[in-house]
Design a binder for this molecule. Sequence first.
Ligand SMILES: Nc1ncnc2c1ncn2[C@@H]1O[C@H](COP(=O)(O)OP(=O)(O)OP(=O)(O)O)[C@@H](O)[C@H]1O
Ligand SMILES: [Mg+2]
Length: 366
Amino acid sequence: MIVTQLEFDGFRNLETGMITPDPGVNIFYGDNAQGKTNLLEATWLFTGGKSFRGSRDFETVCFGKERARLGLEFTAFGRSQRAEIEIQKRRKAWLGGIPLESPAKLAGNFCAVVFFPAHLSLIKDGAEGRRRFIDTACCQIRPGYVKILSSFSRALAQRNALLRNIKQNPGLSRGGSQLAAWNERLASLGAQVFAARAGYVRRLIPAAGQIYGGISGGEELTISYKSSAGEQDITPQQAYSNLLALLKDNQNADLAAGFTTAGPHRDDLEIMIGGKSARVFGSQGQQRSAVLALKLAEASLLKNATGEQPVALLDDVLSELDTARQDYILNHIKGWQVFITGCDPNPALRMAGGRVYKVSNGRVTG
Ligand SMILES: Nc1ncnc2c1ncn2[C@@H]1O[C@H](COP(=O)(O)OP(=O)(O)OP(=O)(O)O)[C@@H](O)[C@H]1O
Ligand SMILES: [Mg+2]
């Protein structure tokens, strides 16, 4: 997967323009608040995902402008392709000039992995970010997973609405049979969510462990999937039975709470360094290295699944890492197309060769 041209017009603070990146390393440097991350964000949107900053679509349109337009030319699966995105209130996307039903349909055509400093929350914060990491990765590998996940979320919302309704109107007599039906639906969709996540984590464990060992010079990173459906190696059928039993067992507690207290929407990944919780005991550099190992492992799983090496978008990735760790990472990504940002084009980056762009007040030159 190689980006050959990126065009931007009316996107955040970027001055209308385009770049024709190197097939290897591309360095974007400049002072703070100049537009470096905005460039990576513009590229990322072509994966079909939402902004990695969690911004809403209209927030990415330049202040005072009506719309933003982005264009991407890339080679993938042996051919050149062109995709376009227009953002007004919402995003719209085209592939090869043909309008797509939704921008999410870009998934599987253009692939990238992104490291953004806020992703340190993957280690530091609660389980939600870790679930989102696995779910987003599964969506890029299996575009059909988006549908399973949204059906699961809808079923969960509907079961919760029913629980709230029964809680507020205790006289509702038909609640019981309706709940039984939602238990089954949620267990069935939950088992599919479980199976996709567990399958992904099984492949992630050795890949991330190996990369982390390399970055850290031999420390051990261990990951395990903690699911209310059961141990990570059970079958989907067992996961279904376990979830159904769990929902039934918890029904009274759920009725008292007015929401579903346990299920795949509470799943988590346990991440340990040298047998100790990375969240509680990891240093800044260890936490950053662990997130990077997860992201680089995500890239290699995506490559195994699609046959294409995803583009690596690395935002301010080298800060807080000693030179040995920086060198390992830069060596690891040799041969990939990389967009990497930083305040100064540091010596390690310069050694990596490729193209260097300066970003200044939204203007990209190089
Ligand atoms: N919708 C928008 N319209 C215009 N400017 C915007 C919009 N959204 C964000 N900006 C501006 O874009 C500027 C650059 O943001 P960006 O995050 O890309 O900087 P950066 O070069 O990555 O800086 P840092 O080194 O601090 O991470 C910010 O000053 C921000 O105010
Ligand atoms: Mg930035």
